[in-house]
Design a protein around this ligand. Structure first.
Ligand code: ADP
Ligand code: MG
Length: 313
């Protein structure tokens, strides 16, 4: 079974069980209305030694920061502010006190920067490698929440920053170049929290998610849930090092991917530039389609690459 096959199986199995007001599986976070026009959003992500990180290639401090960053990115992708987190750790006997303290200090440093409280967790031992599980909780106005299912035909598709840098960094790390700029980027992702909150306040922003498994794979989640297709221009994709294939297929960039009402796109772009003082990347359009498919073009000419994102199985 694939990663997404198992998630679909779980989702179907639980269809008959009451949700008690929580939204179903499928978005970056689940959402619960809490009254007064406000919602809580909740997400969780695991990081497993040997799968998501190698202890000899990352410092405990950086790993602590990254464990929180990847979760804050999922809250940002909903358009609201992260407010609280829970941290669970399974540590093997050979993991020394110094490592554990540095890990928690890295987590604390990012939590302080983003004004996120630590409100619980669990600590246990592990027979094999370090396991980290983080829950992140966001809070905001219900009308600010952006869902993967909200893209509309004609919308302009944007990404919030350069793609592929993290995957290039992982390549460097695996080849022994742990000190490269891309390797540092891979170990220290910056969640687009401020941008996510701003996008949440914009009615012309329809669908949003964060890119964790690569553009080719993650955009398809929006297309599937919004019942549409997409046309992407490869030369418009902001590719780290000019490497388009890595930008499209590489994982762990944690940049926001979102769609904007086409009539409002021009004004949206100019306000974005004014506020954030950085470029915004218009990479294509949402199209009418029977299946969630991406059509690629290069300088306007259709191409047929075999590009896939990252999956765990
Ligand atoms: P993300 O990359 O944004 O963290 P994922 O691709 O990991 O999202 O997960 C997609 C959706 O499936 C999310 O809504 C997530 O909560 C849900 N999900 C993933 N794994 C499980 C699981 N084992 N049980 C229930 N829901 C899951
Ligand atoms: Mg996500």
């Amino acid at each position: 079974m694939t990663e997404f096959g198992l998630i679909d199986y779980v989702a179907k199995l639980f269809q008959g069980v009451s949700h008690h007001g929580w939204e179903s599986i499928g978005d970056d976070c689940t959402v619960l209305p809490i009254g007064g026009g406000e919602v809580l959003v909740v997400t969780t992500d695991m990081l497993q030694e040997g799968v998501h990180f190698l202890c000899h290639a990352t410092s405990a401090r950086e790993l602590g920061g990254k464990s929180l960053a990847v979760n804050l990115s999922d809250v940002a992708a909903m358009g609201v502010k992260p407010v609280a987190t829970l941290l669970s750790l399974a540590l093997p006997a050979e993991c020394c006190d110094e490592w554990a303290k540095e890990f928690v200090e890295g987590f604390h440093s990012l939590a302080t920067e983003y004004d996120v409280a630590l409100v619980g967790g669990d600590t246990t031992s592990s027979q094999s490698g370090v396991s980290i599980n983080v829950v992140a909780i966001g809070r905001g106005r219900a009308e600010c929440v952006k869902r993967r299912s909200a893209a509309r035909v004609g919308d302009v598709i944007y990404v919030g920053g350069e793609l592929g840098g993290s995957a290039l960094g992982l390549k460097d790390i695996l080849q022994g170049s742990v000190d490269s700029d891309y390797a540092a980027l891979h170990r220290n992702p910056r969640p687009q929290v401020e941008l996510g909150q701003w996008l949440g306040t914009r009615a012309e922003v329809h669908a949003m998610m964060d890119i964790s498994d690569g553009l080719a794979s993650d955009l398809c989640h929006i297309l599937k849930l919004s019942h549409c297709g997409a046309q992407l221009e490869v030369n418009a994709i902001p590719a780290a090092g000019g490497d388009i294939e890595t930008a499209v297929c590489g994982g762990e960039d944690y940049k926001l991917l979102f769609t904007v009402e086409s009539d409002a796109a021009e004004r949206f772009e100019s306000e974005y530039r004014e506020i954030f003082q950085q470029p915004i990347y218009n990479i294509g359009r949402i199209t009418a389609a029977d299946e969630p498919r991406i059509c690629w073009s290069e300088d306007g000419v259709e191409i047929y690459p075999e590009w896939r994102g990252f999956t765990h199985f």
